[in-house]
Design a protein around this ligand. Sequence first.
Ligand code: SF4
Length: 203
Amino acid sequence: MKEIVKTTIESLKKNNIKAYYFTDIDSAADALLDEIVSDGVVGIGGSLTVKSLAIAQKLIQRGNKVFWHWLEDTPERQENARKEALLCDVYITSTNALTQKGQLVNTDGTGNRVASMIFGPKKVIIVCGTNKIVKDLDEALERIKTSAVMNAKRLGSNTPCVTTGKCTDCNSENRICRITTIIDRKPFQTEMTVMIIDKELGY
Ligand code: SF4
């Protein structure tokens, strides 16, 4: 395990957040399934990392109720999935950045993901590739600017960064960067686990 990962795991534990390390996606997906009871209701945030684990399909196959707006095909159903996920037993997502001090930093447009990470679900599991580990909050916010441009492109947003490839802290009505949260310690009422996978996952 790289020193940077070891430091991050130690910091997360000091922040009262459980932390585990995996060398590959399959063992992380198996451990993730083990963390969730078979009748648990599961919410999932918009996340390419979580998608790469194919965890939603595995949960549905074994009988878990899953609310993930990425599985829905109408705006109404997507909105319902976001709301149901706010009060689920387990919420699975990734993070935009994870500092070596064990802080989780995220920027949302709608806010359902960052809200669900903080309060509502009994347990939150964050899956994170080692590419998202940064030194400190400054680096985290810098990283988020870059990943937000990629996300704006993926979503086909009508924002200046899609054409220029750079964040200009725009004031576009379509701006996708609207809420930024920093989780410094485990929230009082939420069990929190971070699973670090030694891979490049998500933006
Ligand atoms: S603030 Fe605007 S320009 Fe910057 S990444 Fe977000 S949407 Fe793009």
